[in-house]
Design a protein around this ligand. Structure first.
Ligand code: SAJ
Length: 427
């Protein structure tokens, strides 16, 4: 019989909200805590503040089974407190642990004996012991004796239907063996995936950073290859397809107009900055970040090169951007490359129209038809399924002259056959 606990979830965003629903679903007594009163009111009505279909459905079912509040003092009644607050980077790419510290301060004030505190937010190796623990021990309680501290990196992948909170394998690290066992036992109640315990909390903190940095450097690799193949006139998508037919030793990643989201472009900086403090310079990871951060301007340059060929300038040109979200079929625009592309185009005095069906409130036209009508040139920045499956004859009907396919998701040859100039990233 799986044990049931009183659980507080601190932070009800992309990570905390699904976690709150899942805990309630399996029978834990759950309190969801967030400092955003608007979010709390929505959740109380069973409305999800994030457009995640599965979460919206669950919330409607579970809204009477969970208590949501903006009062973090509620943690005092919990056996387990799980911290799922944002861990962004500052303008200078240094980690911003502000939310982690303020959550730890509030939890510390209410800390009770035998409580288990689990951090799911992405943090650099050493954060739990060097930042969180001292704050919690201000309570006068001692870890290992009075309370437990563990880390289980979040692995929510918004929009992923295959891997969800119900079946994702998890990795756990803790400051004590007792804490490790308690944490593993808890995660086994919410996921059917394998739950493994590592020898230290630092190893668990390093795991998430490694997972996401691995992805960032692989994307940087294909982005650099794309720039090279643009010069060589080689279609990188065809080459990746070719390389992917090797049954081992190759893992396809895809070039594009940039790397967005709250994980991939952020997490490497957590390691880069922490390593600097202990005297190691991650040249390779930093270079990968530079390459990925260069893709928005590279994409605009692709358009400028094509404009030059038809003796046009970017200044005062009518440019339509398809997609604001950082990845397909979701409404999240955090660190989205499109934001950088828009900034660059505006600095070059272009007239910019933007449409994203998932983020209409930030679009400046009502629909794709409107955007095509008001544009002469198009940059596709997000490979939403709606854009990928667009009727390309509409491009012709609206006299679009150039399309830059920032996600290499359109049919290059069909577009060229319509007499429209097509340029992808590396194709
Ligand atoms: N991107 C590329 N080329 C690629 C893959 C992604 O340019 O080959 C871009 C995307 O367009 C996007 C950004 O990188 O702008 C991030 O894409 P992502 O698919 O990694 O999306 P995220 O940020 O939702 O990453 C999540 C991560 N999950 C967690 O942190 C829990 C990441 O670890 C997963 O690997 C990733 O989902 C996934 O595999 O889908």
């Amino acid at each position: 019989m799986a044990f049931m606990s009183n659980i507080s979830i601190v932070g009800l965003g992309y990570v905390g909200l699904p976690l709150m629903c899942r805990c309630a679903e399996v029978g834990h007594i759950v309190v969801g805590i967030d400092n955003d009163k608007r979010k709390i009111e929505l959740i109380k009505k069973g409305i999800s503040p994030i457009k995640a279909k599965d979460v919206e459905k669950k919330l409607r079912l579970l809204k009477d089974k969970v208590k949501v509040t903006d009062d973090i003092k509620e943690t005092k009644n919990s056996d387990i407190i799980i911290v799922c607050v944002p861990t962004p980077v500052n303008e200078d790419h240094t980690p911003n642990l502000g939310y982690i510290k303020s959550s730890a301060e509030a939890i510390s004030h209410e800390l009770k004996k035998n409580q288990l505190i689990i951090i799911e937010s992405t943090i650099y190796p050493g954060t739990s012991e060097e930042v969180v623990l001292p704050i919690l021990e201000k309570s006068g309680l001692k870890t290992g004796k009075d309370f437990y501290l563990a880390h289980c990196p979040e692995r929510i992948d918004p929009g992923n239907k295959r891997w969800t909170i119900e079946n994702l394998p998890r990795v756990v690290g803790a400051l004590s063996q007792d804490g490790l066992k308690k944490t593993i036992d808890f995660y086994k109640t919410i996921t059917t995936g394998e739950v493994i315990g590592l020898s230290s909390i630092k190893a668990a903190e390093a795991t998430k950073i490694m997972e996401n940095t691995f992805r960032d450097v692989n994307i940087a690799f294909v982005n650099e290859m794309a720039k090279s193949f643009d010069k060589a006139g080689i279609d990188i998508i065809e080459v990746i397809r070719g390389a992917s037919n090797k049954p081992f030793g190759f893992l396809p990643h895809y070039p594009g107009c940039g790397v967005g989201g709250h994980c991939i472009p952020v997490d490497p900086y957590y390691l880069i900055e922490k390593a600097k403090q202990i005297g190691f310079d991650h040249n390779f990871l930093s270079l990968a970040r530079e390459i990925n951060n260069s893709m928005p301007i590279y994409t605009v340059n692709l358009l400028e090169n094509e404009l030059k060929k038809i003796n046009k300038n970017i200044e005062n040109s009518n440019i339509g951007i398809l997609g604001l979200a950082y990845k397909k079929d979701i409404d999240d625009l955090r660190e989205s490359p499109t934001l950088r592309i828009i900034e660059i185009l505006k600095n070059k005095k272009a007239n910019v129209k933007v449409f994203d069906p998932y983020i209409k409130e930030k679009s400046n036209v009502n629909n794709m038809g409107d955007l095509l009508k008001k544009s002469d040139y198009i940059i596709l920045a997000t490979d939403h399924t709606k854009f990928k499956n667009m009727d390309i004859n509409k491009l012709k009907e609206n006299n679009i002259k150039i399309i830059i396919d920032g996600r290499n998701c359109l049919d290059k040859n069909k577009i060229k056959d319509l007499g429209i100039i097509y340029k992808g990233v590396g194709r």
